[in-house]
Design a protein. Structure first.
Length: 155
């Protein structure tokens, strides 16, 4: 039976941020996977999106796990990512009824888009390529804190 998460667990989950990077292209991919990648705003290879750790987003990441790599991003790498690759958010922050808030990242007093275009990583993704899981020496799947090393090589 599934364990219910408490309110305190939900707060710590929402404070954590994941960096999700699209590693493989969208050629010959089922439509459900393409739709999930579009909801995550991952449209091209080497694009990165920063998301909060929520159960819904974990489910979306689990669905596209064979095409992306992800892990927890640290504050230092997040700051460097925003300084070097951040695109300013020029749109509205809320709709006219103020019921819906558009997705953006806030750093200081500036607002940024939540996705980033990155370079291919220096020294590559891994010794076995982009079709093998990270645990087996490849590039796909959950990386944990090692996502920060990959992001620094891609900035």
């Amino acid at each position: 039976m599934a364990k219910a998460t408490s309110g305190a667990d939900m707060k710590t989950m929402e404070n954590r941020k994941f960096a999700v990077i699209l590693v493989r292209g969208e050629a010959k991919v089922p439509q459900q996977i393409k739709d999930t990648l579009a909801l995550l705003t991952l449209h091209r290879k080497n694009h990165c999106v920063i998301v909060n750790d929520t159960p819904a987003l974990r489910g979306m990441i689990a669905k596209v796990k064979d095409f992306v790599t992800w892990g927890e991003i640290t504050a230092e790498v997040f700051k460097e990512l925003l300084e070097k690759r951040g695109l300013p958010y020029g749109g509205r922050l809320q709709d006219r009824t103020k019921l819906y808030s558009y997705p953006y990242l806030t750093y200081g007093k500036k607002h940024f888009k939540s996705y980033f275009r990155l370079n291919p990583p220096r020294k590559g993704f891994g010794r076995k390529g982009i079709k093998i899981a990270f645990a087996a020496g490849g590039a796909l799947g959950y990386r944990g804190e090692k996502i920060n090393d990959l992001l620094l090589r891609m900035i």
